[in-house]
Write a protein that binds this ligand. Structure first.
Ligand code: HEM
Length: 368
């Protein structure tokens, strides 16, 4: 598609007309162009009822709401705040790796890549990380659109999740602390800066975005290094290449396959295609990151690649808020895993690995 029909007209199964953008240059332009809007209520009107807890947040807002909502969470994710978490992230990583000692075969996703980011985001938000398996179940349901359990529907999971948040917010209201949730609740109580549904929306986004993606950054990087032994050896000889290795992994095997949806907010022409108001647009981030017009030898995994301007974290005003945190977690996780277990190998053929369903995240279900 990238070569033959880079802005491809798509008819979605529900009859919605839209476009898929696959070249780097077009992808970057769409992500930065304010004619592609995020708030679908501007097109379809009305509230999104149960879904609103997942959409009333910065990712599905346009200016000026976007700036207000992002601003409320921003202070917890500045590079300085994230750098101050280095020692704690290292400690959590070391504890998880200690539990793997002495085992012949482990599932790196289940026992390492999943718990690390969820513990970290729970600590930032002030949620008990002992409830992390529940978070995993709920966010899997949402991301994959299936509950994975024949007795429970996705809607039941959403309801459980909303109830859980309600109880948790009630506890924090009684005893506010010095954490991000307490400051969001304070903003909500003042009434002007954050509505109740936005409070739910922002917290849900942070929980889901804060771990679904980073699990796959860790999993995909481990897998890619194991599949490229010469690059793994280079990294072990030159450990200071770790940050370049993480960037190259984000480009080569990015955890987010497609951007979230944007909508044409008006009728207009873009790269000679006529976009009609209300048509949906998605950006194929991983395709853009493999565009040979942007990246030389784009199909080669090369941890010495010059500063890579990949789109794995998006671009423009919605560029990932958690990028500094994800990068730090990735750096610590990969360095510590390969230092502690220099001889790890894949126990199964990589062709037999099962990938997660759904269009948004790219990552294997298990990695052992
Ligand atoms: C937005 C990727 C980790 C929070 C985004 C977007 C991408 C992305 C592509 C933009 C989506 C779009 O424009 O449609 C990733 C990747 C991650 C990661 C690849 C890990 C490797 C995190 C973490 C957090 C986070 C750890 C927070 C704890 C957010 C938020 C937004 C966002 C809040 C919305 C920003 C806005 O709309 O202004 N992320 N993310 N992400 N991400 Fe991440």
């Amino acid at each position: 598609l990238r070569e033959t029909d880079p802005i491809h007209a798509v008819l979605f199964p529900d009859g919605q007309r839209g476009w898929m953008v696959t070249r780097y240059e077009d992808a970057e332009s769409v992500l930065k162009d304010s004619r592609f809007i995020k708030d679908m209520s501007k097109i379809y009107g009305g509230s999104m009822d149960q879904m609103s807890v997942f959409t009333q947040n910065m990712l599905f807002s346009d200016p000026p709401d976007h700036k207000r909502l992002r601003g409320l969470a921003q202070k917890a994710f500045t590079p300085k705040m994230i750098a101050s978490m280095r020692d704690r992230i290292q400690e959590i990583t070391d504890d998880l790796l200690t539990k793997l000692e002495g085992q012949n075969q482990v599932d790196i996703i289940d026992e390492f890549a999943f718990p690390l980011p969820i513990i970290v985001i729970c600590e930032i938000l002030g949620v008990p990380s002992t409830d992390r398996d529940k978070f995993r179940m709920w966010s899997n349901s949402l991301i994959e659109g299936t509950s994975g359990d024949s007795n429970t529907t996705v809607y039941e999971h959403m309801n459980e999740f909303i109830q859980y948040l309600g109880q948790w917010f009630a506890t924090v209201r009684e005893q506010p602390g010095d954490d991000l949730i307490s400051s969001l609740i304070e903003a909500e109580e003042q009434g002007e800066r954050l509505s109740e549904s936005e409070l739910y929306g922002v917290v849900t986004l942070l929980i889901i975005a804060g771990h679904e993606t980073t699990v796959n950054l860790i999993g995909n990087t481990v897998l890619t290094l194991l599949e490229h032994p010469e690059q793994r050896q280079l990294l072990s000889q030159q450990p200071d290449l770790i940050n370049q290795a993480i960037e190259e992994s984000l480009r080569f095997n990015g955890p987010v396959e497609f951007s979230t949806t944007r909508w044409a907010g008006e009728d207009f022409e873009f790269q000679e295609k006529k976009f009609k108001k209300g048509e949906l647009v998605i950006v194929a981030l991983n395709s853009a990151n493999h565009d040979p017009e942007k990246f030389s030898n784009s199909e080669v995994f090369d941890i010495q690649r010059e500063k890579s301007q990949h789109l794995a974290f998006g671009k423009g005003i919605h560029m990932c808020l958690g990028a500094p945190l994800a990068r730090l977690e990735g750096e610590i996780a990969i360095t510590s895993l390969f230092n502690r277990f220099p001889k790890i190998e894949l126990a199964v053929d990589s062709a037999d690995l099962e990938w997660r369903p759904g269009m948004i995240v790219r990552g294997v279900k298990t990695l052992s």
